[in-house]
Design a protein around this ligand. Structure first.
Ligand SMILES: Nc1ncnc2c1ncn2[C@@H]1O[C@H](COP(=O)(O)OP(=O)(O)OP(=O)(O)O)[C@@H](O)[C@H]1O
Ligand SMILES: [Mg+2]
Length: 663
């Protein structure tokens, strides 16, 4: 597996970061839209209210005019003067009224609607105004007021300056609907008309008057003053109000770039379509002259209900956008700060997760290097803590298994050692047997050949000795010949005994008894006088099939050897026992003598090996014993160290009568 280029901590932090960044961006976008919609929504609601306020100002001015006209027309003196056709008085009085109430025009007609007094343009009278909707209604006794569009001829009648004031160059405006003419000559007026009655209630005429709205900023500036308190944003008016004659700005406080009022510019095509054509209010953002505004437009109707223009209020969108942006900037700043704080927290919390893991990695490395004593600290109760605990448990198990493996290895080693020892012993045993066999053959041949001549020598030398006088000088020599020949005969006999051992005569015997018999023969000898004999017999020793006489010969030889090794002084311990499986009888003879060297131990069972001085030992005792025990299918072993005594162990199989019959 390729190592990852990123650490666990980096991966954790990166994945958290992705989540945080995506979440942050998502909430930022949602937040931005929400804030914007809320703020703009509120602004739109405000602008809607502002439009109502603008209508109030607009209608207040219209009602003002209506009141002036109504009150003036109701004056008796005026009615009287009209009745009596006192032109001079009427003109003077009405001119005073017009000036007093700042009306642009004030005109009186007779009952037929023909102008009798025109205060602004006294020279132009006699024209018929009865076709005018307002005047016709007034002539029918109604007091009416309404905005109205007046064509240039009508304006000219009321006064040339008025017609000029109304005349306006139509300026090219981006987004506005196409329009053929490039000059507007008509004007929009707020106009009221009222009847003049005599005492009997007959209509004497009609008084009408009003103001021209074109280039008259009284209403729009009042709206701005009342609603927006003339507030400014970065040197620009926040609130604006406009009166449109159709789609043309005739009275406004929206400014051109040069600061002049944007008179003669037009509304955008979409607003024109919605408000002027469809008669719908428009509340939305709109591009006004050269800025984006949150705007409200509503149609202005004349007395017949026809749409003749629009009333508009609008707030600069920029302060709202700036507020939104400021809010978003703060929001983004705070979000970034949160991300930084989160990252720091994340760094520390990942440390808490990663540290124990790192410890675990170190631990696994140490364990992999064989240090099973190493433990991981368990500091928490969570998954990592549990992992550490089970890791430790695993290491314990591993340790245990390892220990068992080592023990098992040791046991195996021991077993191999034991087997090797057994094999070596067996091999030595085989060599010994073969050596003995070939030696036996050789010895038997020689013994056989010299046995008969020896017999002759012994008999004849004995006869000569009997016939020789004791004082003869040959007597002692003859005696020596007889003695040495007898010794030779004995050696040869023993040699033959070893080389051609007699077949054992098997009977059921008691081993303890045989040991005791052997002891009774030697015990009385001088050699044993200072020797302590310890008998450690197994009283439940089973009887076994064996040749009792041959066994006695073996035991006697071992006992004498022990006594000789102790030089007649020491302790001889004789122990009989059974092996754990009750298959063998063990007879051990331990002395406290001079012991046997490693070198000699290999040779003691060889015939003629003796360390005793010449004439004392022939070295056949153990060789004969070995062949006897072999015939009994047993073994004979020695354990000894120089100067630490020796122990001879005879091991005999436990056999009963049936076994013997089988053999
Ligand atoms: N208990 C013992 N302690 C020390 N050495 C022993 C002991 N038994 C036997 N030996 C040694 O083993 C040799 C061989 O013994 P073995 O009985 O075969 O012959 P021997 O005693 O020397 O002569 P023989 O028994 O023929 O008279 C001995 O000479 C002696 O060195
Ligand atoms: Mg001996």
């Amino acid at each position: 597996m390729n190592p990852s280029p990123f650490s666990l901590r980096t991966k954790l932090i990166l994945s958290f970061l992705v989540v945080i960044i995506f979440g942050g961006l998502f909430s930022l976008i949602i937040g931005w839209r929400l804030v914007k919609n809320t703020l703009i929504g509120q602004a739109q609601l405000k602008v809607k209210h502002d439009l109502s306020a603008a209508w109030m100002v607009f209608n207040e001015r219209l009602n003002d005019i209506k009141d002036i006209i109504a009150l003036t027309s109701a004056r008796e003196s005026l009615q009287q003067a009209l009745k009596e056709n006192q032109q001079e008085i009427l003109l003077k009085y009405l001119q005073k009224v017009r000036r007093g109430y700042s009306l642009d025009f004030l005109t009186l007609t007779n009952a037929q609607g023909q102008v009798v007094i025109r205060t602004r343009n006294p020279g132009w009278i006699g024209d018929d105004q009865s076709l005018d909707e307002l005047i016709s209604r007034a002539l029918q006794g109604e007091v009416v007021a309404s905005p109205q569009i007046l064509p240039r001829e009508e304006l000219l009648k009321e006064g040339e300056e008025l017609a000029e004031k109304a005349r306006m160059k139509i300026l090219p405006t981006p987004k506005a609907a196409p329009r053929e003419e490039d000059v507007e000559t008509r004007g929009m007026v707020l106009k009221a008309a009222a009847p003049l009655l005599d005492e009997a209630g007959n209509i004497l005429g009609a008084l009408y008057g009003g103001i021209l709205l074109n280039r008259n900023y009284e209403i729009v500036d009042r709206v701005k003053g009342i609603v927006y308190k003339d507030e400014k944003y970065k040197g620009r008016e926040i609130g604006t109000a406009t009166i449109f004659q159709h789609d043309l700005r005739i009275s406004t406080n929206v400014r051109n770039k040069d600061g002049s009022r944007a008179i003669g510019t037009r509304v955008s095509q979409e607003v024109s379509q919605a408000v002027l054509k469809e008669g719908q209010p428009w509340i939305d953002r709109a591009f006004v002259v050269n800025d984006w505004y949150i705007t409200a437009y509503e149609p202005i109707h004349n007395i017949k209900g026809e749409i003749i223009g629009m009333l508009y209020v609008g707030m600069l969108e920029k302060p709202y956008l700036d507020t939104t942006n400021r809010l978003m900037l703060t929001f983004t700043g705070m979000a970034s700060l949160c991300v930084v704080v989160l990252l720091i927290l994340l760094y520390f919390s990942t440390t808490r997760i990663i540290n124990p893991l790192q410890k675990m990695v170190t631990a696994t490395q140490r364990i992999a290097q064989g240090d099973l004593s190493h433990k991981v600290e368990v500091t928490s109760a969570d998954e990592i803590g549990r992992l550490a605990a089970s890791f430790n448990a695993m290491v314990d198990n591993l340790k245990e298994a390892n220990k068992k493996l080592i023990e098992w290895g040791k046991t195996l080693e021991k077993k191999v050692e034991e087997r090797t020892k057994e094999l070596t012993a067996m091999q030595a045993h085989l060599i010994q047997s073969e050596k003995l066999a070939s030696l036996g053959k050789l010895a038997a041949g020689i013994a056989h050949e010299i046995n008969n001549p020896l017999g002759g020598i012994l008999i004849y030398s004995h006869l000569i000795l009997e016939d020789t006088d004791k004082n003869s000088p040959h007597y002692e020599n003859l005696k020596k010949i007889v003695k040495e020949t007898a010794r030779c005969k004995d050696i040869v006999k023993r040699l033959l005994e070893f080389a051609r051992p007699k077949e054992p005569e098997f009977t059921l015997v008691d081993i303890n008894e045989i040991v005791e018999k052997s002891l009774s023969i030697v015990e009385r000898q001088v050699l044993f006088q200072n020797i302590k004999i310890i008998r450690d017999y197994d009283s439940h020793l089973p009887r076994t099939v064996a040749d009792g006489a041959q066994l006695q010969q073996v035991f006697t030889n071992i006992i004498i050897n022990a006594a000789e090794a102790m030089d007649g002084q020491g302790t001889l311990t004789i122990k009989t026992s059974r092996d754990s499986q009750e298959k063998y009888i063990l007879i051990s003879f331990s002395d406290t003598g001079h012991g046997i060297s490693e070198e000699d131990k290999k040779r003691i069972f060889e015939p003629f090996f003796t360390t005793k001085e010449v004439g004392k030992g022939t070295g056949l005792g153990l060789a004969i014993s070995y062949s006897i025990i072999q015939k009994h299918k047993g073994t004979i072993e020695v354990i000894s160290q120089p100067n630490e005594g020796a122990t001879f162990i005879v091991k005999l199989p436990i056999r009963n009568k049936q076994d013997e019959e089988k053999t």
